[in-house]
Design a protein around this ligand. Structure first.
Ligand SMILES: [Zn+2]
Ligand SMILES: [Zn+2]
Length: 234
């Protein structure tokens, strides 16, 4: 695969990207606000609150897991020439050659597609859901999923350029840390795909979860993942 090129203009956000980003921000903020409001309501009992905290943890872990699945799929099977998702796929694959680019791009450029997805998926939940546990799950899941690529960008940003709160979140392991994610950019380039916290990487990598799926897909479809020849990403 020839080296992918990134146009410098693509670092800036277009108005459409900014609008999608704003829509995603509004959606996840409403979701979190609605959950907190119900959580703190006097009519919510202690048992319901404890259950909702469990739902928060599930949403957080599942978001990390799913970012790993999506990242692995795009890295290994994404087509940068796809008419709809091609530019995003190219951006992610190009990121392996030039990891610093994510940190250079405006946040809206990095996550505007996630903004569209978050709006479409979670606006109905915000409008109609009155279940505390479901709101607990969706608010954290939506928030982490929406911002995951920005967590990834921060993992490539020099610490001195990060807001202190981001450094604290990285150091505490709540969001993806640079030292953990560095393993994704080192040989054999086939691990540490999760980009919310990286928590799920330890069992996905230890169990060879992705290698197993790659072998099954190869036998079923005859398609090799990029990571087998790998170094084409370099
Ligand atoms: Zn990758
Ligand atoms: Zn990276």
């Amino acid at each position: 695969m020839p080296p992918l090129q990134f146009e410098e203009e693509s670092w800036q956000s277009t108005r459409v990207q900014l609008a999608c980003f704003a829509s995603g921000c509004a959606t996840v903020m409403i979701s979190v606000a609605k959950f907190i409001s119900m959580f703190l309501s006097k009519s919510t009992g202690l048992r319901s609150r404890i259950e909702s905290i469990f739902a928060v943890v599930v949403g957080y872990v599942l978001a990390d897991f799913l970012t790993g699945i999506v990242h692995w799929a795009i890295d290994n099977y994404g087509d940068p020439k796809h008419p709809v998702s091609g530019p995003q796929i190219e951006a992610i694959q190009c990121h392996h050659q030039q990891p610093w680019i994510l940190a250079k791009r405006h946040v809206a450029t990095n996550i505007y597609i996630q903004g569209v997805v978050a709006t479409l998926l979670f606006s109905p939940v915000n409008m109609f859901c009155e279940d505390l546990n479901l709101l607990a799950f969706t608010s954290v899941f939506a928030c982490c999923g929406f911002f995951s690529q920005q967590f990834h960008a921060w993992a490539h940003t020099p610490r001195r350029k990060l807001p202190p709160v981001v450094v604290v979140l990285q150091d505490s392991g709540i969001i993806l840390g640079p030292s953990h994610h560095a393993g994704h950019h080192q040989p054999p380039f086939d691990r540490r795909y999760c980009i919310v916290s990286g928590f799920c990487d330890w069992f996905l990598d230890k169990s060879n979860f992705f290698v197993g799926i790659e072998v099954v897909l190869f036998h079923m479809l005859g398609v090799e993942p990029v990571s087998w020849g790998t170094k084409s990403l370099l």
